[in-house]
Write a protein that binds this ligand. Structure first.
Ligand code: F6P
Length: 330
């Protein structure tokens, strides 16, 4: 539904914004195929919000999204566009969309991308719908974001491999995973990978306590240990942590930084299906004349939640899982 004129919707646009995440292509495919099947034209915006400012777009048909379901990254390309924080740039973006005949915009990305979408929607009456695409899984209103499951499994595979060599050489490892402001990946991977400690920005642990945890493990007969740390604001911070541990205890910790490896790769079945369901639901929301909503997963169901709420702050991690990982690593 075209909100202003109360006419059936004819054309929508889709973009991917922020850091890419595995499964974004599956979401684009779902938006395009469910949209076109229901009589819509779908315009792909390239390079996230920058594409709106630079007028970079591609009309997408059924065959434009062939063979992308299994591919990581995003065929539309993504990006963080600081210019979009400025009102005059958003005005130009809205002008571009309106001239192109676009009556609804689907934004696949994280909370920062939603702030831009909401501002665009409010200032220029463009219906916007969010689809949660980020490996961080830290968005309010949804229990799962597209890309998280793949990133966790990628990191887990690495940890399993590291455990082989750690056990063979009786070593202590600290594995750094992604997550600038949130530790969801670290917690999930730490629990699944049997980490002796999980270190995340939301739950700082003094070095002395980390050392005590390692020592307790040794007393119980452990000859090797793996700690999982979220990168926090300073990717590579784990080297500092290893140095602090060495100074306090004399333990030599090997550091492995997984970094952007976690953002790539073929999405898992869970991510592909989540993306497929969410992409189709986003189109449905626009066809129903609704706006300012995010497609979310709650109790395994695909539902709608507030885009405003999703744009604010970060969803908290379950700190009980950290304690559980600690108990199970005994
Ligand atoms: O997209 C989320 C994320 O991967 C975070 O986990 C990470 O901290 C950050 O992006 C890295 O961003 P960039 O790729 O811009 O270095």
């Amino acid at each position: 539904m075209n909100l202003e004129k109360n006419l059936p919707l004819k054309k929508i646009a889709v973009l991917t914004s922020g850091g890419d995440s595995p499964g974004m292509n599956a979401a684009i495919r779902s938006v395009v195929r469910s949209g076109v099947t229901q009589g819509l034209e779908v315009l792909g915006i390239n390079h996230g919000y920058l594409g709106l400012l630079k007028k970079m777009s591609t009309p997408l048909q059924l065959r434009s999204v062939s063979n992308i379901l299994q591919r990581g990254g995003t065929i539309l390309k993504a990006g963080r566009c600081l210019d979009f924080l400025q009102e005059d740039h958003r005005k130009a973006a809205a002008q571009f969309l309106k001239t192109a005949g676009v009556e609804g915009l689907i934004v696949i990305g994280g909370d920062g991308s939603y702030r831009g979408a909401l501002a665009l929607g409010k200032e220029h009456q463009i219906p916007v719908v969010g689809v949660p695409g980020t490996i961080d899984n830290d968005i309010h209103g949804t229990e799962m974001t597209i890309g998280f499951d793949t990133a966790v499994n990628t990191a887990l595979e690495a940890i399993d491999r590291i455990r082989d060599t750690a056990a063979s050489l009786d070593r202590l490892f600290i594995v750094e995973v992604m997550g600038r402001e949130s530790g969801h990946i670290a917690v999930e991977v730490g629990l699944a990978g049997g980490a002796e400690a999980i270190l995340i920005p939301e739950n700082p642990i003094p070095v002395e306590e980390i050392v005590q945890q390692i020592q307790r493990g040794i007393q119980r007969g452990k000859t090797s240990s793996i700690l999982v740390a979220a990168e926090g604001q300073k990717p590579g911070r784990t080297y500092d942590l290893a140095e602090q541990i060495r100074k306090k205890s004399g333990f030599e910790a090997k550091v492995c930084i997984l970094g952007h490896i976690q953002r790539g790769g073929s999405p898992t079945a869970t991510d592909r299906n989540l993306a497929s369901r969410m992409g189709a639901a986003a189109v449905q929301v626009l066809l129903q004349g609704k706006a300012n909503l995010m497609i979310s997963q709650q109790s395994h169901q695909i539902v709608m939640s507030s885009l405003e709420v999703a744009s604010k702050g970060k969803r908290a991690v379950d700190k009980d899982l950290i304690k559980l990982a600690q108990v199970l690593a005994n």
